[in-house]
Design a protein around this ligand. Structure first.
Ligand code: ZN
Length: 253
């Protein structure tokens, strides 16, 4: 397997000979207003796509969407992806995808794609307490196939029992975490902080952790360099890749 960070949480993924896209956010820079009630109010996305939009979706055989907040599934993605592409997401989003005209929507609890990739839905907590309830539901996915490292895409979640459960149950070799420590004016972070990423590293010391979901949406306050500094201080930096937009990452096995 290998994957390319397109931007934010959008990943181009090559896995078991198939090409997938995860959480496509394909709007032009500044196409949407700032997240309401947030710091640093600037239009989103903050940065452009690092490639032509056509290139981001070229050859894609299926789409995985962890949840439908606009930084994971936007209007442009719904427009440019073909209506008959297999679209896998959490069961709660099925009707939304169908209303947008997608005909091959696959609500995932456990699913086999192309006869060979097993995809399992995992849970998460997109904040704590009341905020988490308002932001729910969210999902992550575990991908497994013969001859490929087990990949865990955690989605928008803090460190929580669902993440611990996924790590211990599936023992992933590669873990994508959504960092950025996104937050509103009130309440704590709703995506992983540097401490959360460090906790994942320590819970899965042999795994290759790939940290994304930074510097593209205005309420994500943790930058790549802040995270790198904290990972270095915690002595876990070696197992983590923090890709730039457009950068390919090969799984370390
Ligand atoms: Zn997000």
């Amino acid at each position: 397997m290998r994957l390319r960070l397109v931007r934010h949480a959008t990943l181009a993924l090559e896995y078991a000979g198939h090409r997938l896209i995860v959480d496509p956010m394909l709007d032009d820079a500044g196409a949407r207003p700032a997240i309401p009630n947030s710091h640093n109010p600037r239009n989103n996305p903050l940065v452009p796509l690092p490639m032509e939009r056509e290139q981001a979706v070229e050859g894609v055989e299926a789409v995985l969407v962890t949840h439908t907040h606009s930084d994971h599934w936007d209007r442009t993605a719904a427009q440019v992806l073909p209506n008959d592409i297999p679209l896998l997401g959490q069961p709660e989003d099925e009707n939304k995808f169908r209303a947008q005209g997608f005909t091959r929507v696959q609500p995932v609890t456990r699913h086999v794609l192309g006869n060979e990739i097993e995809i399992v839905r995992t849970g998460g907590q997109h904040g704590r307490g009341e905020i988490a309830r308002a932001m729910a539901p969210v999902s992550g996915f575990v991908l497994r196939a013969t001859g490929e490292p087990t990949l865990y895409i955690a989605g928008d979640t803090l460190g929580c029992s669902e993440v611990e459960h996924a790590l211990s149950t599936y023992q992933p070799s590669v873990i994508v975490v959504n960092a950025g420590a996104a937050q509103f004016l009130a309440g704590g972070p709703i995506t992983m902080t540097s401490d959360d990423v460090i906790t994942v590293c320590r819970a899965a010391p042999k795994a290759h952790v790939i940290a994304v979901h930074m510097e593209a949406i205005n309420h994500c306050l943790l930058t790549r360099s802040d995270l790198a500094f904290q990972l270095e201080a915690a002595r876990v930096a070696e197992q983590v890749t923090i890709p730039e937009d457009g950068e390919w990452v090969d799984a370390k096995r």
